[in-house]
Design a protein around this ligand. Sequence first.
Ligand code: NAP
Length: 270
Amino acid sequence: MSDDPIAFVGGGNMARSLISGLIGAGFEADSIIASDPQDSQRELLDELGVRTTASNRVAFGNARVVVLAVKPQVLGEVLEAAEGLREDHLLVSIAAGVPIDSMVLRTHPGQPIVRCMPNTPALLGAGITALFANRAVSEAQRQLAEQILAAGGRTLWVDDESKLDAVTAVSGSGPAYFFYLMEAMIDTGIEQGLDPETATVLTLETAYGAALMARERTEPPAMLRANVTSPGGTTAAALSILDESGARGIIKQALDGARARSKELAKEFG
Ligand SMILES: NC(=O)c1ccc[n+]([C@@H]2O[C@H](COP(=O)([O-])OP(=O)(O)OC[C@H]3O[C@@H](n4cnc5c(N)ncnc54)[C@H](OP(=O)(O)O)[C@@H]3O)[C@@H](O)[C@H]2O)c1
């Protein structure tokens, strides 16, 4: 058996999509091992051709990196029972809200740890993940962590762990805000006489097209918005109602609420 360069602990949705992305990017399936207590999860992973085990100890094995892809609530017990975890294992945690200090407490004082905040579109390879590394992480380990998370989409680094709370508010929870807007637009389209399928297609394609324009064009969103808002026109009528009703302030409050909750959750894990 060759060394296990990449081990996944927890073989659920996120692990599976990252593993698929890694294989798609050219990683050998048999250089990946994943542990999960559920037979059904391991069967899905078997289909990807990776090695699977019910034992986290076996997964740690000779891995140079261990991706922690369990729910935040079980991460503590996984680390406390982490027989076979060595100080030179790079840990890459995708568990939302679990601070590095609380992981170090349960591992080794000099443990290299990268904490990441991915988002749901990572399941389709269209995510954005922010990463933060503690001081024990070497340059080569940073590159490895980035390569793994790039399997779920774009990546960027933050220079302070506390910024992950703002990342959670903007991109971690962000997809839900756009889904909420889509729901409201679909419902209103139906109320205005469109059939549900038409209202849905119009909304989703508009969201996709707007995101593509905002991403591909050099102009900032404010400029793109101004460009499509003729004075006295329909878009201007809609936007003035949004402004007058304080929508911008409400969005700010919502993101502030998400960030505050992220900080609270981190304290609970501390
Ligand atoms: N899904 C997303 O879009 C997303 C976005 C950002 C961050 N994340 C983070 O990614 C992590 C994984 O999320 P997910 O959606 O992939 O969750 P998931 O589908 O529930 O996968 C977690 C897997 O870990 C297994 N597990 C439970 N205890 C274990 C143990 N002691 N050792 C090994 N495996 C164990 C679970 O089995 P059981 O079912 O038996 O518990 C489950 O199969 C979470 O921490 C989440 O915060 C996810």
